[in-house]
Design a protein around this ligand. Structure first.
Ligand code: CTP
Length: 403
């Protein structure tokens, strides 16, 4: 999955012949899973039509401060658009627009949006070779990069003028690759390996029956997806769930019982930097698991149970450099019980979710958590989607790993 998947990209098209290539660029971004909105300078419409770009981006293309078509004088909000974007790309970026960007002009909608944006801005210059090597253009490149903008350098080749030299806009494939590589380098969990346990465990009574619990595995799968999106290499060890692997780059190991999960987790733990135990592991398993289906006979039946290994406590005992995080689902004496587990299992922090909070816990799509740290500090969070909760938990891990 591309690192730009889910990202909101604002593409600014200016008036250069390479503007026709932005149709391919928009398609590549959409195929990689991004959302795309396009703004154009008025003159850029001579080179590629707004209709083409709005059809490909599935969004309205804006090129002026007011809505032109319906003459309603309704204002197009450049500030809102600037804030919407996760990243902005000006491609092609003409010498004229780059000069105006360097000076802070805002005499068209694209420039006003650029000035209002708070996200990283990439620009892909495109111009004739003499314009490209002119000292004022060079100075504008330097000024713009000194502001934190990122230049996607022009390449050499045949130019629209018929001359040959430096000034061709980078090809759409190369622009995509440049942005992907640049984003990947800045991901906070890049070069980190994360182990996550998820879901319930099933403890076999006989070939058709088991002891299990209601865990959906959703929290663990969300954590795995979020960790991968932040650049980590992820190993997800999951008990039986109906969930699909959220990202084929995640190594998903499906297990049945607590003993299976224990074996997989302890095998991978030494090689990871971070481990998060979100699985609802069955504390006990039947002492004997019948090889044939147990037939109904007496009025009562005794099932002898033996204790399962505590996976997280074992990781805590053997932990060296790893950041170790556990979960606690409590119904009473919540903080006291969670703090006890934090200490006993040698964790860096524990995520407490209470069954007393409506919307939190096993089967719901949302969760309300409180984090207890080993130094005694605590942090409470609002009721949020499990996707957002996963981000909150990983943000705390990132803060710890930067300490
Ligand atoms: N855990 C584990 N292996 C087990 C039991 C629990 O890895 N055999 C992990 C869970 O994934 C969770 C944390 O330990 O991160 C706490 O789990 P929980 O079931 O709340 O606590 P227990 O230690 O089982 O204690 P109790 O059931 O008595 O509340």
């Amino acid at each position: 999955m591309s690192v730009i998947s889910g990202k909101k990209i604002l593409l600014g098209v200016t008036a250069g012949i390479a503007a026709y290539k932005t149709a391919f660029l928009v398609r590549l971004f959409i195929k990689a899973g991004a959302q795309v909105k396009v703004v154009m300078t008025p003159a850029a419409k001579e080179f590629v039509t707004p209709l083409t770009l709005s059809t490909l981006s599935k969004n309205e293309v804006i090129s002026s401060f007011t809505k032109e078509e319906d003459h309603s004088n309704q204002w197009n909000n450049h500030v809102e658009l600037g804030l919407w974007a996760d990243l902005m790309l000006i491609a092609p970026a003409t010498a004229n627009t780059l000069s105006k960007m360097a000076k802070g002009h805002s005499d068209n909608f694209l420039l006003a949006t650029y000035l209002s944006s708070k996200c990283p801005v990439y620009f892909a210059p495109a111009m004739d070779l003499d314009m490209h090597r002119h000292p004022s253009t060079r100075e504008n490149f330097d000024t713009l990069t000194s502001f934190g903008n990122i230049m996607i350098p022009a390449t050499s080749g045949e130019l629209a003028s018929g001359l040959s030299g430096e000034g061709r806009m980078a090809e759409p494939d190369d622009i995509l690759k440049f942005i992907e590589d640049h984003l990947a380098k800045s991901l906070p969990l890049r070069n980190k390996k994360v182990l996550i346990t998820a879901g319930p465990t099933y403890e076999a009574i006989d070939p058709v029956r088991f002891i299990g619990n209601h865990s959906s595995g959703k929290m663990g799968f969300e954590l795995a997806a979020a960790a991968r999106a932040l650049g980590a290499e992820v190993i997800l060890i999951s008990g039986p769930t109906h969930l699909q692997n959220p990202n084929e780059e995640i190594k998903l190991i499906r297990v049945q019982s607590a003993v299976d999960m224990f074996e997989a987790a302890t095998k991978f733990f030494p090689e990871v930097d971070i481990a998060i135990a979100s699985a609802a592991v069955s504390d006990y398993r039947p002492k004997l698991s019948a090889t044939q289906k147990i037939k109904k006979s007496a009025e009562t039946m005794m099932l002898e149970l033996v204790k399962n290994p505590d996976i997280l406590a074992n990781l805590g005992e053997t932990k060296k450099h790893q950041i170790l995080v556990g979960f606690a689902l409590e119904t009473e004496n919540e903080e006291e019980n969670a703090a006890g587990k934090l200490q006993r299992k040698n964790l860096d922090f524990i995520v407490l979710n209470s069954l007393n909070d409506s919307g939190a816990g096993f089967k719901s799509e949302t969760n309300k958590i409180k984090i207890l740290f080993k130094d005694g500090k605590t942090k409470s969070f609002q009721l949020k989607s499990k996707t957002e909760v996963a981000r909150d938990i990983l943000n705390e891990i990132i803060l710890l790993s930067n300490e």
